[in-house]
Design a protein around this ligand. Structure first.
Ligand SMILES: O=C(O)CCC(=O)C(=O)O
Ligand SMILES: [Fe+2]
Length: 357
């Protein structure tokens, strides 16, 4: 996860959110089925553009993924985290130049602090690009996953999820483009195969009394769109002008975030929204599955969309943070985010590029 740009609004201490009740009642829901495959602008598209711009996150329903498929993935993910520590360590992310594999609690860093979560990072299952002195470092992001041999069903469900989530994300991206008065296909080349999407299954252990509660620290997602599946526990919060707002669980709905690459492509008309997870306090763990729909490394550069004047007027330019510069070069930007989050991988495989602390 890329460490976020500085908050525009002073962030209250973690765990003390005070969202406005008006916003809490207004958490928007978008029905992808109702948007259909329309290539024409409809009032629903106008609502989508408004919500994505002014609130920056929403629930997505009507995605068409079977409840049974969701439940199978959630169940097998929980079983992975119940494996003995040695089994998880066998697929440790520090053994993968491609940033794939298991990270234990506290092993990932956001805003310079360890996150209290354990997770497996997956990517598209593709062969590694040959390393030679002339190969740019960011090609290292492409490569095979590490699968736990004890749970072959996990591999099956993750690969199926990648297919299903990719279709949903692509339809949603096309709806965004229509909403912005672009051809629905305007970014097809950016998300064409070979793909570069990422997926994580995550467990947030319950917070022990008096201990830090940074499940994951405030950040923005680096890709185009994130489709997040959370369980019933809660703890996800999004930063709004009124402060941190809880995003309570909603059955069979994804939570959608705008990522930094869509912010860049729209010259800041759409904004990547900052979010975080506060550790559960219930004694039970929280589980989530995050799918990061991202530009293909092969596309090289994020294009700038040509917005009509009435939208371009509202595009404020991408937010710039000297501590977390955004690059329009896809590989450079993606590698930067991974290096910041996984110092062990950075130091082992990318020593010249590893962030200094
Ligand atoms: O687990 C969640 O609810 C959010 C995860 C997240 O924001 C991330 O991994 O980027
Ligand atoms: Fe995120």
């Amino acid at each position: 996860m890329s460490t976020a740009a500085h908050a525009i609004f002073p962030a209250p201490p973690i765990g003390h959110a005070a969202p406005s009740s008006a916003l809490r009642d207004a958490l928007p829901v978008i029905d992808l089925a109702a948007l259909g495959d329309a290539t024409r602008h409809t009032p629903l598209h106008a609502r989508l553009a408004h919500i994505a711009r002014d609130i920056g996150f929403f629930y997505l329903e009507g995605h068409g993924i079977d409840t049974a498929q969701i439940e199978r993935l959630q169940a097998i993910s929980r079983r992975f985290f119940e494996l003995p520590p040695q089994a998880k360590e066998r697929i440790a992310i520090r053994n993968s130049r491609h940033f794939r594999g298991y990270t234990g609690v506290g092993g990932e860093i956001t805003r310079l602090r360890p996150d209290l979560r354990e997770q497996i990072d997956f990517g598209e299952e593709l062969p590694a690009i040959d390393e030679s002195p002339d190969t740019p470092a960011w090609w290292g992001l492409q490569g095979p996953n590490q699968w736990p041999g004890e749970l072959p069903e996990l591999q099956r469900e993750i690969l199926a999820w990648q297919e299903a989530a990719r279709q949903v994300a692509k339809r949603l991206l096309q709806a965004f483009l229509v909403a912005l008065e672009q051809p629905a296909t305007a970014l097809d080349a950016l998300v064409a195969p070979p793909h570069n999407n990422r997926l994580k299954i995550i467990r947030y252990p319950s917070q022990e009394h008096g201990r830090p509660d940074q499940g994951v620290g405030a950040h923005k997602d680096g890709g185009l769109l994130t489709l997040l599946l959370q369980d019933k526990v809660g703890g996800l919060q999004v930063l709004t002008p009124q402060g941190w707002l809880d995003v309570p669980p909603r059955e069979n709905a994804f939570v959608v975030n705008i990522g930094e690459m869509l912010e860049l492509a729209t010259n800041g008309y759409l904004r990547a929204n900052e979010h975080r997870v506060v550790s559960p306090r219930s004694g039970a763990s929280r589980y989530s599955i995050a799918y990061f729909f991202s530009p293909s490394l092969h596309a090289q550069e994020v294009p700038l969309l040509d917005l009509p004047p009435h939208l371009a007027r509202l595009a404020r330019g991408p937010e710039s943070d000297p501590h977390n510069p955004l690059f329009t070069h896809i590989g450079t930007n993606a590698l930067k985010g991974r290096l910041r989050s996984h110092l062990d991988v950075a130091q082992r495989y990318y020593p010249d590029l590893a962030p200094r602390r």
